[in-house]
Design a protein around this ligand. Structure first.
Ligand code: SF4
Length: 211
């Protein structure tokens, strides 16, 4: 077994045992996962929760709801998630894409990388957002990289790259190609970074100390 493969397996096992099974993505339905993936760009999840709560209050937390709502109203409701002018437009773009392509049923006919390519052509959808949608809303096996992933891999000397695709390949080439595993692993990394691997790391208390 290669050194990176064994290290990634070790990290996963330790974190899974420490934190237990993760319930991600926190959402009531798949429209909400996609909406949350856009809203969480450059903001903390707690702000996304407030914005989603507003959308639900107005019964517009869906692709159809977003497209049938005046953009000024949409902006107002998603304000807590920040960058609301851009994000309102991004939400409309992705909602239009889903509706025009038969929503989840219509889009499920595409393979992982074809669908990824289509998502990446939508204005406002970058790698992390596209991959979150593919993994959590479509249950497709792709690893989601975020700033926390970069930090932990870097601090554990697995790579010093900050390139999204290189980091993603490290996981996809060295872990079992499995959506459940990738979903759990991403969530466990987020938990670790929030609790221990902060800007100023709390290594003494962290389950990965010594890895
Ligand atoms: S807090 Fe320390 S031990 Fe924990 S993941 Fe970060 S660098 Fe590793």
């Amino acid at each position: 077994m290669g050194a990176v493969r064994s290290k990634l397996r070790n990290i996963y096992d330790i974190l899974h045992e420490y934190f237990g099974e993760q319930q991600w993505w926190p959402a009531e339905d798949r429209d909400e996962i996609v909406i949350g993936a856009v809203l969480t760009q450059n903001t903390a999840w707690i702000n996304v929760e407030s914005a989603i709560k507003n959308l639900k209050k107005y019964n517009i937390c869906s692709f159809k709801g977003i497209l049938n709502t005046k953009i000024s109203v949409l902006k107002e409701q998603i304000k807590p998630a920040g960058f609301f002018n851009q994000k309102a437009q991004y939400l409309r773009n992705i909602s239009k894409f889903f509706i025009e392509n038969g929503e989840f049923e219509g889009l499920s006919k595409y393979g992982l990388y074809d669908l990824r390519d289509k998502l990446l052509h939508i204005s406002g959808i970058g790698y992390e957002t596209a991959d979150s949608i593919l993994l959590y809303a479509f249950d497709m096996p792709i690893f989601v990289v975020d700033a926390y992933t970069k930090r932990i891999l870097n601090r554990h000397n697995i790579t010093d790259s900050i390139n999204y695709n290189i980091l993603q390949r490290i996981f996809m080439d060295n872990c079992t190609n499995d959506a459940y595993l990738f979903a759990q692993y991403h969530a466990l990394i987020v938990e670790t970074a929030k609790k221990f691997c902060r800007v100023k790391p709390l290594c003494d208390d962290c389950p990965l100390k010594g890895v």
